[in-house]
Design a protein around this ligand. Structure first.
Ligand code: NIG
Ligand code: FE
Length: 425
């Protein structure tokens, strides 16, 4: 008999994302109909059909038990690409693009540098306070793990401040945060015209200092950001220091960055909009996850979406993310991203749900801990107010999340966060 301090009963569809999780789990999503799940100390200890629960699990006297009859339960979403450490707003960019201004023009005039100025001026505590509210936003939308990038400091001290903010934020919020160092976001105005000097400084000074605070190093490989050669220098140095790698690549046009990152063994290549057959073959060969961000394409007013079907047909593992940031994708709602992936990327309900959970976990190096409901993994799950998973992407722009559990504790109830700790209090 297993003891448990948390349980969910009578779930219409317990979607494990792990066909091998239980003999009763069926199909590519490993669905247990009328299922139940139990956890102890934050980790899943048992799951299976409700009828088998009491033969296997004894609940502690003070256990939490939820009985969400008529609901779908999914692993908490893993959002593998977010930029939540920033100050200021880019609301003006948004409306100017609607009038025809292009994002590439905004990069020259203000764009990211506007956010960089505001972020440099903000204190570490202010970044944490804003980050705490944003963490609640992710949780309310059913996301329990994010990969969180720096990249709006772009000096040694301001990037370190952003990394410290992420480290301290992790102690305040039950949202799991995978910190990624994006000192290689763009060449800041203070180094205008001398990208190579910026790259050298980043490699010599800032990468080593990021080692204790970030697990992943990111670079933006695109025209207007870093060249293939500069990106290779940054990622190569990061690899030598023991970081996992990722890249924003081929977002705005064809570039050597996507293939280069795949060849260096990056966990993921993100955006991946403008890819040729060789790029796709390189991603398939290296097992690099393509993290697709259709909300960004929509927000930029572009009609060119990532070639999801070509990637899937070539055997590339595809994940989905929000790209939450003030400039190009101001949404924290993975459910909206799932709808866009069906509508604009031609993906099926099963493909989008795997892309937002287990494949996204792989994209951030967390596949052994989150992204599916399996014994031994974290008890991170969301309960949706529908009785069929195919209804989730079908609702456009809604938030169907009723309850969220992170580490075996209820963190969102009736759609609102249950405060576990307060910022800096
Ligand atoms: O993922 N592509 C680069 N970086 C962000 C945009 C950042 C910004 O515009 O503030 C992105 O789209
Ligand atoms: Fe991004």
């Amino acid at each position: 008999m297993l003891s448990a301090d948390f349980a969910v009963f009578n779930v219409d569809q317990l979607i494990t994302m792990a066909p091998a999780a239980h003999p009763a789990a069926s199909g590519p999503l490993g669905i247990v109909e009328r299922g139940a799940l139990a956890a102890q100390n934050g980790k899943i200890v048992w799951l299976g059909p409700m009828d088998d629960f009491h033969d296997n699990v004894r609940l502690d006297a003070n256990a939490t038990a939820i009985n969400p009859h008529g609901r779908v339960v999914l692993p908490g979403f893993v959002d593998p690409h977010t930029h939540p450490i920033f100050a200021g707003s880019r609301v003006n960019d948004f409306y100017r693009r609607a009038l025809g201004e292009r994002y590439q023009e905004q990069l020259q005039s203000g764009g990211i540098m506007e956010t960089v100025r505001a972020t440099r001026a903000a204190s570490e505590d202010a970044l944490i306070d804003a980050g705490f509210c944003r963490a609640e936003g992710f949780l309310c939308n059913g996301t329990t793990t994010i990969e969180a990038k720096t990249g709006y400091g772009l000096t040694g001290e301001d990037e370190a401040k952003s990394l410290r903010a992420l480290t301290r934020l992790q102690r305040l919020t039950p949202l799991k945060i995978v910190p990624a160092f994006l000192g290689g976001h763009v060449v800041p105005a203070d180094f205008a015209g001398d990208g190579d000097a910026y790259v050298a400084r980043l490699i010599e000074e800032w990468l080593p200092q990021a080692k204790d605070m970030a697990s992943i190093v990111d670079v933006w490989a695109d025209d207007g950001a870093f060249s293939e050669e500069q990106s290779r220098r940054i990622l190569g140095a990061a690899r030598d220091l023991g970081f996992a790698l990722t890249a924003h690549a081929n977002e705005l046009g064809p570039h050597g960055g996507a293939r280069m990152a795949a060849e260096l063994g990056a966990l993921s290549v993100d955006h991946a909009v403008y890819l040729d057959d060789r790029d796709i073959a390189a991603l398939a060969k290296s097992g690099t996850v393509a993290v697709l961000l259709p909300a960004t394409t929509l927000f930029l007013g572009s009609d060119t979406y990532a070639p999801a079907r070509r990637l899937l047909d070539a055997g590339v593992r595809v994940a989905l993310g929000t790209d939450y940031n003030p400039g190009t994708s101001f949404t924290q709602n993975m459910q909206l991203v799932l709808s866009l992936a069906v509508l604009k990327l031609g993906m099926s309900a099963e493909e989008v749900l795997r892309a937002a959970t287990i494949n996204a976990a792989a994209a951030v190096g967390m596949e052994d801990r989150v992204g599916s409901l399996e014994v031994g993994k974290f008890c991170d799950l969301s309960i949706f107010t529908v009785d069929d998973y195919r209804s989730i992407p079908y609702h456009l722009g809604a938030n169907l999340v009723d309850t969220v559990v992170a580490g075996g504790g209820v963190v969102v109830q009736d759609g609102k966060t249950v405060l576990l700790s307060a910022p800096r209090a």
